[in-house]
Design a protein around this ligand. Structure first.
Ligand SMILES: NC(=O)c1ccc[n+]([C@@H]2O[C@H](COP(=O)([O-])OP(=O)(O)OC[C@H]3O[C@@H](n4cnc5c(N)ncnc54)[C@H](O)[C@@H]3O)[C@@H](O)[C@H]2O)c1
Length: 253
């Protein structure tokens, strides 16, 4: 393994939460691959990372060929120990109030393609690499959401369904990948004050959502990235198939 904590691929690394995860992992001596659909966002995040040995990778998780090619390029540069998938999000604007009766089929398909099939595609590519060449303390960390466990947070049914499905996917993958030394976990945030979240919500919506937490506020991206860094660490070898809820008490399980 390379010096430090090894390589960590962060899919959606150009995003609000993904960017914070990249910065925290870099601070903790991982060599980070900032992997995103949006090259400019990935480069912006890359420029903020402490230390050296970080790279970017452009990929579209909804395109199997793009994912396969990206993972192959990454593996050639040096095998990664950690995979974080933070590339999802609602495809229906929170203010649109789409419900089960009104959600367009296309919105359902796009949401599942990004949040669930896209995550599966990355998980599968990584699983193939790490079962072929296992590394100590291998990790897969999926970004879930409180919306995968509770109703009424304001998001649409496709988003909730995709995030609930991630929980089952993580548990089954944890079971199947344990022999290869990989743990698979979900970090499930409640509302997080990312730039995208601010762009997609009005002040009134944000206040209503923040009031659902016991703290009466949104989480910071760093509160989420800290828990991802813990799961990525060697100290978390005994944590697998788990969901870490970072939600200010919106959902207590
Ligand atoms: N922000 C919140 O309040 C919140 C709450 C709970 C869960 N989450 C989850 O956390 C994760 C990150 O959310 P965020 O708020 O940082 O979102 P974000 O929109 O800021 O970041 C998502 C990133 O994914 C990238 N991306 C989008 N489509 C892609 C594709 N097809 N292929 C590759 N990359 C693609 C985007 O370019 C972007 O950089 C998501 O899974 C989201 O569902 C967010």
């Amino acid at each position: 393994m390379q010096k430090g904590n090894g390589r960590a691929i962060v899919i959606g690394g150009g995003g609000g939460i993904g960017g914070a995860i990249c910065r925290t992992l870099a601070q903790q001596h991982h060599h980070v691959v900032v992997a995103d659909f949006d090259e400019a966002r990935a480069r912006d995040v890359l420029a903020t990372l402490e230390g050296d040995g970080h790279t970017i990778e452009v990929l579209d998780v909804t395109n199997e060929g793009s994912v396969a090619a990206a993972f192959e390029r990454i593996e050639t540069q040096g095998p990664a120990r950690v995979l974080v998938i933070a590339s999802g999000g609602p495809q229906v604007h929170l203010g649109q109030h789409a419900d089960v009766a009104t959600l367009a089929r296309d919105a359902w398909d796009r949401t599942l393609a990004l949040n669930l099939s896209g995550a599966f595609c990355c998980l599968q590519a990584f699983a193939r690499q790490r079962t072929a060449k296992p590394l100590a303390h291998g990790r897969v960390i999926l970004l879930g959401s409180t919306a995968g466990s509770v109703a009424g947070s304001g998001v649409d049914i496709a988003y909730s369904a995709s995030k609930a499905a991630l929980l089952g996917m993580a548990r089954q993958a944890a079971f199947e990948l344990a022999p290869a030394g990989l743990t698979v976990n979900v970090v499930a945030p409640g509302p997080v004050g990312t730039p995208e979240f601010f762009r997609n919500t009005s002040g009134a919506i944000r206040e209503r959502i923040a009031a659902m937490t016991l703290a009466g506020r949104l989480a910071t991206p760093e509160e989420v990235s800290a828990s991802v860094a813990y799961v990525a660490s060697a100290q978390a070898d005994f944590v697998t198939g788990a969901t870490l809820a970072i939600n200010g008490g919106v959902h207590m399980a």
